[in-house]
Design a protein around this ligand. Structure first.
Ligand code: GDP
Length: 193
């Protein structure tokens, strides 16, 4: 979604310790990829930049955006959905989050521009967070993480979050374990006829 702060976030993360390296074998690189290092670990940020095509017809922008997002998702281990917290949850956020869910990607939701929300006091913080959680109830297990690409608030916390999600998504679950879970879940919530 345009204007939520994707470029600001990438610039801020990369600006601190941008690492310029030659292409690594086995790594798909793209013009919008940014490689950074944190605590000795390498991360490749895949931006969905290029979504904005001023002057194009609205329907085309929508289709192009969805296509670019799906392409970026296919190359990513973990998806970070950025939301403009100051504006609150929109239909377009729901569409972006829906694409991530449909692709089955591990996902965290970054509530950007939190600096603007904080200025409005504690009530606003709760109201905004609840509103976004309500909009995202179809993927209620995705962690919500407030950040400000402008002030730098919360940015360090993104990395442990990403590592946790990556580890969770790489976990193999055996058939027996899955069946036990399924039986217990069905026993708890009898499915509707
Ligand atoms: P993109 O279209 O998603 O890449 O969004 P941009 O990075 O271009 O940001 C859109 C606008 O939001 C710019 O005017 C940014 O300066 C502003 N912006 C981005 N992040 C923040 C933030 O954390 N706080 C505030 N107050 N403004 C922000």
């Amino acid at each position: 979604r345009p204007n939520v702060g994707k470029s600001s976030l990438v610039n801020r993360l990369a600006g601190e310790d941008r690492v310029v390296v030659a292409d690594e074998p086995g790594t798909t690189r793209d013009a919008t990829d940014t490689r950074i290092e944190r605590n000795g670990q390498a991360f490749i940020l895949i931006d969905t930049a290029g979504l904005r095509r001023p002057g194009r017809r609205e329907g085309l922008v929508e289709r192009t955006s969805a296509l670019m997002t799906v392409r970026a998702l296919e190359r990513a281990d973990v998806a970070l959905v950025l939301i403009d917290a100051n504006e609150g949850f929109t239909d377009q956020d729901a569409r972006v989050a829906g694409l991530v869910r449909d692709r089955g990607r591990a996902c965290a939701v970054l509530l950007n521009k939190w600096d603007l929300v904080e200025q409005q006091g504690a009530d606003a913080k709760h109201r905004v967070r609840d509103g976004i959680a309500q909009g995202l109830r179809f993927m209620a297990d995705a962690p919500l993480h407030p950040i400000s690409a402008r002030t730098g608030r919360g940015l360090d916390g993104i990395f442990p979050l990403v590592r946790r999600l990556e580890a969770a998504s790489a976990r193999r679950i055996g058939t027996a374990e899955l069946n036990r879970w399924l039986r217990a879940t069905v026993a708890k919530h009898e499915p509707a006829m």
